[in-house]
Design a protein around this ligand. Structure first.
Ligand code: CU
Length: 154
């Protein structure tokens, strides 16, 4: 009885350590699997590129202006400069529980928002008009100023 030929006992041959195996009887299916994986990897790269692009847009203050404000007996900073027509995200961190500052009001923009103590509350809006506007606590005692710079077209 002859010894089994190498053809029968052959294990898939590995090329140059790249992980691609020699096509055997089921090689066709394997090859499709590898192609599918590469297609998916390409898609993944493309999606990753899109995510990076979006992240850049979010980071770029032409697309959103994010400002952190600490609330503690007043607003810090108490003068906020933003651009007209560009979405604004104001992150108010209220570092106290004194009742005075439990609400913040942007009267010119129709915004009144409760600020829970020791938490960040984000207020988002798009300043549609230029000028200087006062924002204040609900009692209009503690105040800050929102400066909206007119947007130059171009
Ligand atoms: Cu107050």
């Amino acid at each position: 009885m002859p010894a089994p030929t190498s053809e029968v006992t052959a294990t898939p041959e590995v090329h140059c350590g790249c992980g691609v195996t020699e096509a055997g009887s089921d090689g066709g299916r394997k090859a499709v699997g590898v192609e599918g994986k590469e297609r998916n990897l390409k898609r993944l790269r493309r999606i990753e590129g899109q995510v990076r692009g979006l992240q850049k847009m979010v980071d770029d203050d032409r697309y959103v202006q994010e400002i952190k404000i600490t609330v503690k007996g007043g607003y810090s900073p108490d003068v906020i400069a933003v651009k007209q027509g560009v979405p604004v995200k104001l992150d108010f961190y209220r570092d106290e529980s004194a009742a005075c500052t439990e609400q913040v009001v942007f009267g010119d923009f129709g915004i009144a928002r409760d600020l829970p103590a020791f938490r960040t509350t984000s207020i988002e809006f798009t300043p549609d008009k230029a000028g200087e506007f006062t924002f204040a606590c609900g009692m209009n005692m503690v105040r800050g100023k929102l400066v909206v710079e007119a947007q130059t077209t171009g």
